[in-house]
Design a protein around this ligand. Structure first.
Ligand SMILES: Cc1cc2nc3c(=O)[nH]c(=O)nc-3n(C[C@H](O)[C@H](O)[C@H](O)COP(=O)(O)OP(=O)(O)OC[C@H]3O[C@@H](n4cnc5c(N)ncnc54)[C@H](O)[C@@H]3O)c2cc1C
Length: 391
């Protein structure tokens, strides 16, 4: 039995702590904030549950089997694949099924054929190079639609930099496996993982900020020092660097988020809107997931690397004006989140992501770690890989 200290009580740290404890290790988890969950936290505003921006759990990606292994069965529903696309300031039908593919004004006849062929061959080979080079052979209208689907499934708005293989994997996970909006928001996952960790004997301490880590040692804010056989750092890269952990530079993927609580839904047919000529998104998560008595609408912009957010709140409000007329009159609460760090490492063509192991007994867990997966799936996959290596 080894002694393990996990730094960071987000979903990745909680999963790693639970898995290590289940393997019989003595585990202590230290979280800086007063509550667990990190970017997976949900809050209750006007009796409605809000995630930190729009969150959807991938059903056939790397994280799902990790949750299953811990006995966690997420509760929620898959959103329908109907909705609208935004093009030239108008809302057109989202080509989410064969009928709407024929009807939508967002595609020409040639674009429809190219898109159908592209999607049917998507799982057959993994592309290399960047997203831009991968999609270059498609006609303009089909390329615009695939780029929007890549944005919504990966959160990345950097086609000239992003690795096409990662984009294709994630797009396929979204189209073939689908996603789930969770009842009670992602707080459901936080509670479930914390419950499993505690039941397995993990000693969880919140409000404990770690100042520095070394092999076998953790230094706390109050000057005290803890020792362990293994130290697992499950924080975003910036926080890890501040603790002295080497972490190669990468591009943080960000989104600007506006979360709304409305007393009614003014236009149910516009409950989902995806921008084709602008990188924006609007989705009502209530109705799919149980989030309280009101209507929770997430509006977001996928930010390009180093893009600022001046004027973005107004841009997202304009999208809400178009899709949900008079929403301001129905407004119960509005949370402008600014630019949020969605995941830590834009997968770039030809650039490897940091490994889980830093040194003997010193490990990384997170959504930018390890060779595979994106978003929460990369966090959970790295959490499981580290637990396995610890033994
Ligand atoms: C707007 C938005 C939308 C998203 N949508 C999706 C989605 O649809 N699907 C999906 O799969 N993923 C999505 N994600 C990503 C997902 O939320 C993250 O990948 C996941 O929550 C990361 O978990 P983590 O535990 O690795 O990191 P974090 O959640 O960042 O947790 C790290 C923890 O470490 C703690 N910490 C930091 N420094 C210290 C210190 N010095 N000492 C102790 N503790 C410390 C922090 O307080 C935090 O609790 C989204 C993220 C955002 C922001």
């Amino acid at each position: 039995m080894a002694e393990v200290i996990v730094v960071g009580g987000g979903l990745g740290g909680l999963a790693n702590a639970a898995l290590c404890a289940r393997r019989g290790h003595k585990v202590r988890l230290l979280e800086r904030s007063k509550s667990l969950g990190g970017r997976g936290k949900s809050t209750v505003v006007e009796a409605a549950t809000l995630n930190l921006g729009p969150h959807a759990l991938y059903l056939k990606a790397l994280g799902w089997p990790v949750l299953q292994k811990l006995g966690i069965q997420p509760r929620g529903k898959r959103p329908p694949n109907t909705g609208k696309v935004l093009l030239n300031g108008n809302l057109e039908e989202l080509p989410g099924d064969p009928l709407s593919l024929l009807r939508t004004g967002a595609l020409t006849h040639k674009g429809r054929l190219s898109l159908s062929l592209f999607l049917s061959t998507l799982p057959l080979s993994r592309p290399s190079g960047t997203v831009s080079t991968w999609l270059a052979p498609l006609p303009e209208d089909a390329r615009r639609l695939v780029l929007a689907l890549v944005r919504v499934s990966t959160y990345c708005n950097a086609p000239d930099l992003m690795d096409a293989g990662f984009a294709a994997d994630q797009l396929w996970a979204a189209l073939a496996g689908g996603v789930m909006y969770l009842d009670g928001g992602w707080g459901q996952l936080v509670e479930a993982l914390a419950g499993v960790a505690e039941a397995a004997g993990v000693q969880i301490q919140v409000g404990q900020s770690v100042e520095k880590v070394e092999e076998g040692k953790v230094f706390l804010e109050d000057g005290s020092r803890l020792s362990a056989d293994h130290v697992v750092v499950a924080t975003p890269p910036e926080a890890a660097r501040r603790m002295g952990l080497p972490w190669p530079e990468g591009i943080v993927v960000r989104a600007a988020c506006l979360d709304l609580v409305l007393s009614a839904q003014p236009k149910p047919e516009n409950r989902f809107v995806l921008g084709l000529d602008s990188p924006v998104y609007l989705s009502e998560h209530t109705g799919v997931a149980a989030l309280g008595p009101h209507h929770v609408v997430h509006v977001a912009k996928y930010l390009a690397p180093s893009e600022g957010i001046e004027g973005v709140e107004e841009e997202l409000e304009a999208l809400a004006n178009l899709a949900l007329p008079d929403w301001q009159k129905l407004l119960l609460a509005k949370k402008w989140r600014g630019a949020l760090p969605v995941f830590s490492y834009l997968p770039q063509a030809g650039q490897a992501r940091p490994d889980i192991q830093v040194a003997p007994g010193l490990w990384r867990v997170g959504d930018g770690v390890g060779p595979t997966g994106m978003l929460l799936d990369a966090s959970l996959a790295s959490a499981a890989a580290v637990a396995e290596k610890i033994g």
